[in-house]
Design a protein around this ligand. Structure first.
Ligand code: RBF
Length: 164
């Protein structure tokens, strides 16, 4: 409950479907590792709390957020998954890398989702500074990894409902 109140998006725990039948991939960027590890722990624990079996969670690291797209693509090509969660953190620097990486990963994730017709969740913090990232990786704005996992469960359920 406390996590819910801290999160910006207002999801109700009772609206989250049971996730025991599903298989999930998690792709985690190594850049800003402390933040992405916190996002990962939030996502992983949320999947487990909603019934996902440990052996049905496939976790892989990629160097940076830019590589999340190809990580998700490789995962969906090689494993039968209901959804993939992409976790990263891009912090604004002095150069224009920020916008290139953010745009590329947002577009890339959308394209992979459509290519495989599977939910691929955008769990990437795109912040002006370290404090904003801390606030969203277990700080005063909750943990966006938790929200990414809830989104993945809801989308897996939606796909199952409509595809069956
Ligand atoms: N990756 C991230 O996940 N977050 C960042 O904040 C980030 N900043 C970068 C800044 C620069 C100047 C460069 C060159 C790369 C950065 N990357 C970052 C890494 C990027 O996502 C990717 O791994 C590399 O560009 C290699 O394709």
């Amino acid at each position: 409950m406390s996590t819910q109140l801290k999160n910006l998006s207002d999801f109700s725990e009772t609206d989250v479907p049971q996730a025991a039948p599903y298989h999930f991939g998690i792709v985690v960027a190594e850049w800003n590792r402390v933040i992405t590890q916190a996002l990962y722990e939030g996502a992983y624990e949320t999947l487990v709390d909603h019934g996902v079996l440990l052996q049905n969670i496939y976790t892989y690291s990629v160097p940076g957020s830019f590589e999340l797209t190809s990580g998700a693509d490789i995962l969906l090509k090689n494993r039968k998954l209901d959804a993939v969660i992409c976790l990263g953190c891009v912090i604004q620097g002095e150069t224009r890398h920020f916008e290139f990486i953010c745009n590329a990963v947002a577009n890339g994730i959308s394209n992979v989702a459509l290519k495989y017709s599977k939910p691929v969740i955008f769990g990437v913090l795109t912040t002006d500074n370290q404090q904003q990232a801390d606030d969203r990786a277990g700080g005063k704005h909750g943990n966006k990894g938790v929200e990414a996992a809830v989104t993945a469960i809801k989308m897996a359920y939606l796909a199952e409902t409509l595809n069956s």
